[in-house]
Ligand binder design. Structure first.
Ligand code: FES
Ligand code: FES
Length: 154
């Protein structure tokens, strides 16, 4: 059993998990943070996106045991409490960028990461930033529009 002390969504937490568990398993099964979804499980769809130490990462490819004490992890549950996260969520609703919703947490995390680093990204930058996130329902235009709306570009 591995023991770690991580900063998860701004709160220090002591956790224990098996040495072969992925971060995705630890978030969902140990910490009950089920907003992070498992789609493909092999790094192709982006539904498991989280922010680790300020970098956008895929939790399905991240072995939890290699993350040391003090690691900062931000999941959709943390993002949705921020003012930027709330703004992005509202924009997704306003532009009808959600249908089944399965891809949405990953889309919002990727959007949050983008808008944290670029205040008013153009469409090309938005497309590139979300190129690792797949949606099977909406088509991507409404999602791109949501990000433009959240950035104040629209
Ligand atoms: S579940 Fe991680 S990229 Fe698809
Ligand atoms: S809204 Fe259903 S997969 Fe994107």
């Amino acid at each position: 059993m591995i023991k770690r002390k991580w900063n998860i969504n701004g709160k220090i937490q002591n956790i224990q998990f098996e040495e072969d568990q992925r971060l995705l398993d630890v978030l969902r099964d140990v910490l009950d943070l089920t907003g992070t979804k498992e789609g493909c499980g092999e790094g192709e769809c982006g539904t498991c996106s989280v922010i680790i130490n300020g970098e956008l990462k895929l939790a399905c490819l991240q072995l939890a045991a290699v993350l040391p004490d003090g690691t900062d992890i931000l999941t959709i549950e943390g993002v949705e409490k921020t003012s930027l996260g709330k703004r992005i969520q509202r924009s997704f609703i306003e532009t009808n960028a959600v249908q089944c919703g399965f891809c949405t947490p990953g889309m919002i995390i990727a959007s949050f990461y983008l808008l944290s680093n670029h205040k008013k990204p153009d469409r090309k930058t938005i497309k590139r930033a979300l190129s690792g996130n797949l949606c099977r329902c909406t088509g991507y235009n409404s999602i791109f529009e949501a990000i433009e709306l959240a950035s104040g570009r629209k």
